[in-house]
Design a protein around this ligand. Structure first.
Ligand SMILES: Cc1cc2nc3c(=O)[nH]c(=O)nc-3n(C[C@H](O)[C@H](O)[C@H](O)COP(=O)(O)OP(=O)(O)OC[C@H]3O[C@@H](n4cnc5c(N)ncnc54)[C@H](O)[C@@H]3O)c2cc1C
Length: 385
């Protein structure tokens, strides 16, 4: 992936947004367990940052995916993981399928306002009984007249409590599990939709994560994204962008944790010298910096190939896997070098330790990434997921 002047401009704009519009409020939002998504998204929409890769006909900038990756990386300048996660759900997890396969009418009604920052979106795939095994979801959408009637529920829904609409995966027939599902836009204020509860979590405190119930929820069939029965396939495609985004978004947080740790250990003196002067400390940090650069190279390579039109399922899965593992390693090793200070709640590395743990679970656990990589490598035993 080649970074142009336009990429650098975008990077600076996003970093400035983090510095001026997010970081001064992050601690209060983390404390409150929420952040004002509509207010923040409106500002992002005004800057044109919610539709970089979306069609110009609906207010997007029509750029290629490398711009999304640059924005994901630059959002790492935000001093928490929760707000970038929420933004990523809006731009790269809940909306790619609608932009690619949705009718013009559906795009005008739901995608255009999401790009403008007037509506907040969420993605509803996971359920209480199905996370890794997406094909096992139980939410159904039964045809009745011109409508679908949706029953079931979703768990772990980022933005769930504040969202205006959900890109919801539901079974629309009884057929084979990979061919009986559809993606449907469900307005969250529809009768029968209820947010059962907000979940208390280890990290990502400022991001609302909800359990959502559907009880006889009626939506017009024209709310279906693309063809009936293609939802599983569309979602797998949508996952490619989600996973590239997640890996790119991890990079800056890792850079920051290492930089903060260098600064702290340089100042902190024990046994007559700075902590950083111990070889085990500066060698460890040098090794971690090298690993982060290797991850960055993988993310950029996958992005370059994706922009060139190649299927990067395997590379995107590798990047997501590596990002999750490296985030755990960097946050753990850096936290150690802060001693007791690393164990305090507000320490930035402690926040990465909490927030970053999600990277190995959300959007497909490490083991799911390993099974995808193995499947494409031809080493996964037949019939095994
Ligand atoms: C904070 C947060 C936000 C989230 N946001 C969203 C959202 O917005 N929308 C949404 O739809 N979902 C969301 N999720 C759900 C997330 O994608 C799932 O948690 C994830 O896919 C794992 O599913 P699960 O929790 O049901 O774990 P399970 O499927 O029960 O898996 C448990 C564990 O089993 C192991 N495992 C899984 N597969 C294999 C395998 N093939 N071989 C060996 N071991 C395996 C893994 O270690 C895995 O962690 C979110 C989750 C969290 C925690």
């Amino acid at each position: 992936m080649l970074l142009t002047h336009e990429h650098e401009e975008l990077r600076r704009t996003v970093e400035r947004f983090c510095r001026e519009q997010l970081n001064p409020y992050v601690d209060a939002w983390e404390e409150a367990g929420d952040f004002p998504a509509h207010e923040v998204f409106r500002k992002l929409g005004d800057l044109g940052l919610l539709g970089l890769t979306k069609p110009e006909a609906v207010g997007g900038a029509g750029l290629d995916y490398s711009y999304s990756v640059v924005m994901a990386e630059a959002l790492g300048a935000c001093r928490c993981g929760a707000v970038p996660l929420s933004i990523g759900v809006q731009t790269d997890m809940a909306t790619p399928a609608l932009a690619r396969f949705g009718s013009a009418e559906l795009q005008q009604e739901f995608l255009a306002p999401a790009i403008a920052g007037e509506m907040v979106a969420c993605i509803g795939v996971s359920e209480p009984s199905a996370g890794s095994d997406v094909a096992a979801i139980r939410t159904t959408a039964r045809k009745d007249g011109g409508d679908y009637v949706i029953d079931g529920g979703k768990l772990w829904i980022t933005n769930g409590a504040q969202a205006d609409w959900m890109c919801c995966l539901a079974s629309t027939s009884d057929g084979a599990p990979h061919r009986n599902k559809s993606l449907i836009v469900v307005p969250m204020r529809t009768k029968g939709v209820s947010v059962a509860r907000r979940l208390r979590k280890l990290g990502m405190h400022a991001s609302d994560t909800a359990q959502v119930h559907f009880d006889g929820v009626r939506v017009p069939q024209r709310h279906r994204i693309g063809d009936e029965g293609q939802g599983f396939t569309y979602q797998m495609l949508q996952f490619q962008e989600e996973r590239l985004w997640a890996a790119a978004n991890a990079l800056r947080g890792l850079d920051n944790a290492i930089a903060d740790t260098i600064e702290y250990t340089r100042e902190r003196r024990i046994f007559g010298r700075s902590v950083l002067d111990n070889q085990v400390v500066h060698y460890t940090l040098a090794e971690l910096q090298t690993e982060v650069e290797a991850l960055r190279a993988l993310v950029y390579r996958a992005t370059g190939l994706y922009v060139a039109g190649q299927d990067v399922t395997q590379l995107a899965s590798m990047a997501k896997l590596k990002a999750g593992r490296l985030t755990r390693e960097v946050s753990d090793k850096c936290l150690q070098f802060w001693g007791g200070m690393g164990y305090t709640w507000d320490n930035p590395v402690a926040r990465l330790y909490r927030d970053g743990r999600l990277a190995s679970i959300g959007g497909g656990a490490d083991e799911v990434m390993l099974s995808i990589i193995s499947k494409i490598a031809g080493t996964l035993p037949r019939g095994q997921a």
